[in-house]
Design a protein around this ligand. Sequence first.
Ligand code: FES
Ligand code: FE2
Length: 419
Amino acid sequence: MLLAGRPPRWTASRAAHTIDCMVSQAGYPAAPVDQAELARSLQAFGESVMLPRAAYVDPAVFAWEQKHFFGSGWTCVGFSSQLAQAGDQRAESVGAGSVLLSRDDEGTLHAFANTCRHRGHELLPCGTGAQRNSIICPYHSWTYSLSGELRFASGFKGRQGFDESAWGLVELPVADWHGLIFVDGSGQAPPLADSLRVLDELVAPYEPERLVIAGRHDYDATANWKILTENYHECYHCPVIHPELCKVSPPRSGENYPAQGAWVGGWMDLRDGMDTMSLDGTSNSAPLRGLDAKGLRTVIYVNVFPNVLLSLHPDYVMTHRLVPLAVDRTMIECTWAFAPETVDQPGFDPGYAVEFWDITNQQDWRACESVQRGLTSQHARPGPLSPDEDAVYQFVTMVARGYRGEPVWNPAAKAVAAS
Ligand code: FES
Ligand SMILES: [Fe+2]
């Protein structure tokens, strides 16, 4: 997706990386979670229960997740449009650490460990950006090219035995998937595309990489990131807390897709006479150009593990990017993207989509924060899942497999039947 006013210059790239890549993601240690309790989460749908309470309240489990779910494997760190021009740089958190993203003069996107090779200072503070033709450490001004080579180290010029080529930044695998940037913090994950192949076919008609972000809200929710994700995966709660949503989309409509990658999701219908998700069901935009008749009457809701929620509407794409801050706290970056020809219309106002989802988001965060508080009770126990919570089950089993030290997505796993 593109930020308003930024030209659509790049659509896909995967930079070469210098970390030695291994082919398998296996090899996680198990999480500090009671394995017998975990086995109950992995029973067949209809017999299973939610994750052990520790998954939502124990800082040791959170630290494990930061290392193995967010700091290793592919994690979303933002949008390609945030680095549209050569010289654009940005730092984003990845697990307990962070990465520095840069766009070089050839248009190639790079990701580096955000740590100077001198004495480890961050090259940029997390969540900030810069625009210049080199990467300069703010501490002693070691200077790197946009592709990570050390160019200048004050006082080291001509020093015997100092080889600048040995002190370049540590580069990590990076992928641009439909305008979303993913980084593999370990350098050991299999290619991102392998686990998103089927999802790619669902997302491609929406052309997210072409769209322009015209609305953004950052939320700070006092809830574990999994509670927010589990909430996204079911509309069992919709008749109770989302009157506005139920007016435009029947809460029991649609189906979930079978498990077939490192993602979970499904689709829901729009009610007759409703064009999109807005307070009155009307749209201020033209429909996205690549959609068929079904795409014009449905909304697809998918979660790319671990931290992206992608909601594909007939006329816009909403993205939630989750950044876990603590076991009970998550930053949520929510964006709304529209076709460039829509955004260019004089007087275009994205408020019809933003307002609707801001109301709905806040209803959700309130519920999730209450779940977090409820789970702090020492008497809280994992509960069963309703027949409408099959996508929650898919997500829970991904997490549970990860907790057992297995890849979260098992290609041999039996697909969960659509509800
Ligand atoms: S730590 Fe970066 S230049 Fe010294
Ligand atoms: Fe909701």
